[in-house]
Design a protein around this ligand. Structure first.
Ligand code: SF4
Length: 315
């Protein structure tokens, strides 16, 4: 039996691509990537999407890969440009395909496949972008795109007869009508909507990340969770302050606070958690007044945590 490794996001396209090949008798192994910027890593619905897809495909084998520092490095300095946010889609796709190729070799699979559809995404799924990705990965001839295969020259799996090209598809463009009809036909009934799950495409998050890169000499994925929460301010001295927006973020700030940062939170009034690179100052006090419900009777107190020590201060 011919074995193939498929990049499975849990979305409709990659699930369909797997199903199309499985219907030809290909033994499919799935690989799924999570990045520090994947919304699905922080919401159970995203993870459930991959589980659901695997279930609908008949519990095929799944390898999960967490992309860390090397991923952050390409976000900081991509070789092939970025989209509207800070999304380095071509480098991102290329890295994932190269990781999938490693898995392909490990398990003795013959080729790779993706759920990409020609013309569906503006940055990484047009013909030139796909050609760049294929050249960069060095495994372009082994990378089959079953949903759009008829728009490309036959790849090795097709030329060698490992897959029947006549049963592959020629889908193109942003409409998902064909995929939805095909899903119905193939009894794939549960799949997430296509709205983006990548924080790098969010322009406001991109601003925070650019600011981080500009002020951090040694970027690390360990710092990413704090970038995802709160209002971020940078003062003229270059120091960062983060103001939590709700109780959930406050609890996360307590958990994530680096020892070198100062954490402040209200003792006897409603207000935000504040994490700052600077010791207590009028600027911190003003933030409590701006975002909290500070009582007017002068009784407001805050707790100040720094390097493991905690003290109560009058605001
Ligand atoms: S949107 Fe994000 S996850 Fe998707 S290809 Fe672009 S960088 Fe990668």
């Amino acid at each position: 039996m011919i074995r193939a490794v498929g990049l499975l996001s849990g979305g409709l396209d990659s699930t369909l691509a797997a199903r199309v090949l499985m219907d030809q008798g290909i033994e499919v192994y799935a690989i799924n990537f999570v990045t520090p910027f994947c919304n699905c890593t922080s919401k159970s619905a995203g993870c459930a999407a991959v589980e659901t897809a695997i279930g609908q495909l008949g519990n095929i084998p799944l390898k999960r890969v967490a992309l860390g520092e090397e991923y952050l490095a390409i976000v900081k300095a991509p070789l092939h440009g970025r989209g509207r946010g800070l999304n380095p889609c071509l480098d991102c796709r290329a890295l994932k395909i190269m990781k999938a190729a490693e898995h392909m070799r490990e398990i003795g699979a013959s080729f790779l496949f993706t759920g990409e559809v020609l013309g569906q995404r503006p940055m990484s799924q047009h013909r030139r972008a796909m050609a760049i990705i294929d050249k960069h990965t060095g495994v372009g001839d082994l990378t089959l795109r079953p949903l759009s295969a008829m728009h490309f020259e036959p790849t090795m799996p097709e030329r060698e007869g490992w897959v029947d090209r006549s049963k592959l598809l020629g889908i193109e463009g942003r409409s998902r009508k064909v995929q939805i009809a095909l899903a119905k036909e193939k009894n794939i009934v549960d799949y997430p909507c296509p709205a983006g799950g990548c924080l790098l495409t969010d322009e406001r998050f991109a601003e925070k990340l650019i600011d981080y890169f500009n002020h951090c000499e040694t970027p690390s994925i360990r710092d990413m969770p704090l970038l995802k929460i709160g209002r971020h301010f940078r003062n003229t001295a270059g120091h960062k302050t983060i103001v939590g927006r709700d109780e959930r973020e406050g609890l996360m700030m307590e958990r994530l606070a680096p020892p070198a940062m100062h954490l402040y939170y209200p003792v006897n009034f409603g207000g935000p958690h504040i994490l700052a690179q600077e010791p207590y100052s009028d600027a911190i006090r003003e933030l409590f007044y701006k975002y909290g419900k500070v009582p007017g009777d002068g009784e407001a107190s805050i707790e100040w945590v720094f390097e493991g020590e905690k003290k109560v201060c009058v605001l």
